[in-house]
Write a protein that binds this ligand. Structure first.
Ligand code: HEC
Length: 195
């Protein structure tokens, strides 16, 4: 019943056009070349990507995000928060362009980057609000069985992941569901509060 929600987000590739922004509706493997077979990184659900090219079921995309000084394997949604946009394998040599750098309140340097990658053209949607609605329904279905679902703005984006981690094994959620719900809660948390 919960998994069936995800099926609604497998969009037809025909609806994608070059140079438009779309959002991943699942965890997606990313590659440094169009013919890459072994995963070189993973894009997290609800992450925005810009499509540059589309060919043979693959898309070349740009992923904008923030990288923390000294951490080469993670692209984050924003500075100073543990909201992951993409995880990169240590050996993969992605084309990463730095746009600007800044320091957070703890003096840690962050770079705003644009990473170029390839991925399959499935599980990408223009409709972020429907994706969030599906994630919210999944959260409420699974996390209000024993206690009322905790409001998304009760915790900060850095607090939610450990809460979900400690609770998700009490539910029937798959790993994939957990990734989506975690992103939803982090991006609607006390300190982020996306609409
Ligand atoms: C099988 C019952 C059950 C389910 C399902 C469940 N919880 Fe809980 N939850 C509890 C209990 C019992 C507590 C009280 C503290 C404890 O036992 O850890 C709790 C406490 C919490 C707290 C408060 C923790 C604190 O430190 O005050 C949060 C937040 C929470 N749950 C979130 C969730 C989320 C998110 C989910 C879904 C992924 C979920 N729960 C699913 C039983 C459940």
């Amino acid at each position: 019943m919960i998994k069936s929600l995800m099926i609604g987000f497998i969009f037809l590739s025909g609806s994608l056009f070059a140079s438009e922004s779309v959002y991943s509706s699942s965890v997606k493997d990313i590659f440094t070349s169009p013919d890459g077979k072994r995963s070189e990184g993973r894009l997290l659900p609800t992450s925005e990507v810009k499509i540059l090219e589309k060919k043979d079921g693959k898309v070349k995309v740009e992923i904008e995000g923030f990288m923390k000084d000294g951490v080469s394997s993670a692209v984050y949604f924003t500075t100073g928060k543990r909201i992951l946009t993409a995880g990169l394998s240590k050996k993969a040599k992605f084309d990463i362009r730095t746009i600007s750098t800044s320091k957070d309140k703890d003096g840690v340097e962050w770079s705003k980057v644009v990473l170029t990658a390839y991925t399959t053209d499935d599980n990408l949607t223009k409709d972020l609000s429907s994706l969030y609605k599906s994630a919210e329904a999944m959260y409420k279905d699974n996390c209000s069985i024993c206690h009322p679902a905790h409001p998304n703005n009760e915790y900060t984006s850095n607090q939610w992941p450990s809460m979900i981690k400690s609770m998700s094994n009490r539910t029937a959620m798959t790993k994939e569901d957990v990734y989506l719900v975690t992103q939803f809660l982090q991006k609607h948390s006390k300190d982020i509060g996306e609409k």
